[in-house]
Design a binder for this molecule. Structure first.
Ligand SMILES: Nc1ncnc2c1ncn2[C@@H]1O[C@H](COP(=O)(O)OP(=O)(O)OP(=O)(O)O)[C@@H](O)[C@H]1O
Length: 294
């Protein structure tokens, strides 16, 4: 196994349905360091959720291994927290009750006061101070998702896995929550693997964007290194010189290359080391040899 914090090593997943066997992907490789924020982008059905489920330990690969912090994943664990599109809160528990439940699962020996103090810290972190005693039915969609985020972060997971966490929210709430998740993840050096269909969301949040070709038998076409500065702000991100270079690169992939990539693999393409690309507005980017302009 490699020494990276998270390593996906040659995994394959095949499903049988109606007597037909489909290979979603095989020989998939990807690695992350601690504190990295990666987004995966690809068309519906290419296998993004399958990868996330394998990382969560909810599904197992048919071949290959996934390891976190040097340990192969063998099932669900509190080391990996998942935030889904729907919040899946316990309706009979309050905000504090929902978060405390997760905290006491993580720290079964903690006293009631310790659990409460820890849960309150994360409730405050996501901006829900004052709503501790409310039940999920009394909360807006955005507030419920905040509880889900507080619950996931409160167990201080090694990896935070997010499956389109903001897609069910209105644009204003989505933007605010993106800001908060970014702030918290930067502050806590949280390692995050997230699925999104939203190119702008990926550019705002991610350090690296994994581009997956269409399925079946999807491959990772490229790992796009985000060229924007780490202190980027959502509201004026479009003024960053490289913004449209990276945005056009991602859109071009989704519109065209996700479909055609496999039929014309670039020279020297290796599944184990997909090309790393750093789109740039500069006319002749030459930072690391394999960088290309959008
Ligand atoms: N349990 C299963 N049994 C059979 N086929 C499955 C199963 N789970 C997923 N698949 C198939 O695997 C492929 C990848 O599914 P997956 O949900 O990972 O795609 P996705 O990229 O996350 O799609 P979306 O963006 O629509 O959520 C699809 O063709 C899907 O039908």
């Amino acid at each position: 196994m490699t020494s990276r914090y998270l390593s996906i090593e040659g995994i394959a997943r095949r499903f049988s349905a109606g007597g037909k066997r489909t290979t979603v992907f095989e020989d998939l490789w990807f690695a992350m360091d601690k504190g990295d924020f990666a987004c995966i982008i690809g068309h519906s059905g290419c296998g993004k959720t399958t990868v996330l489920n394998i990382l969560a330990g909810l599904d197992a690969p048919d071949d290959g291994v996934v390891a976190v912090d040097g340990k192969a994943i063998e099932g669900p664990s509190l080391d990996r927290a998942v935030i889904f599109q729907s919040h899946a809160l316990l309706p009979w528990r309050t905000v504090l009750g929902n978060v405390s439940y997760a905290v006491s699962s993580r720290h079964p020996r903690w006293s009631r006061d310790q659990v409460r103090a820890h849960a309150l810290k994360f409730i405050e972190l996501v901006g829900l101070k004052g709503s501790e005693t409310k039940h999920p039915a009394e909360l807006s969609g955005g507030m419920k998702q905040r509880v889900g985020i507080a619950r996931a972060l409160s167990i201080e997971p090694k990896i935070l896995l997010m499956d389109e966490p903001f897609s069910a929210l209105d644009a204003l709430t989505r933007g605010t929550l993106q800001d908060e998740v970014r702030r918290i993840c930067l502050e806590t050096a949280q390692t995050v693997f997230m699925i999104t269909h939203d190119v702008d969301e990926a550019i705002y949040l991610a350090d690296r964007i994994v581009l997956m070709t269409n399925g079946p038998e999807a491959v990772i076409a490229e790992i796009v290194e985000n060229p924007l500065p780490r202190d980027r702000r959502r509201l004026d991100i479009h003024k960053q010189p490289d913004f449209y270079a990276v945005r056009n690169h991602l859109i071009d992939f989704l519109v065209e290359r996700s479909r055609t990539f496999k039929a014309s693999l670039p020279d020297g393409y290796q599944r184990r080391h997909p090309p790393r690309v750093r789109p740039s507005a500069a006319p002749n980017p030459t930072p690391d040899g394999d960088a290309r302009a959008a």
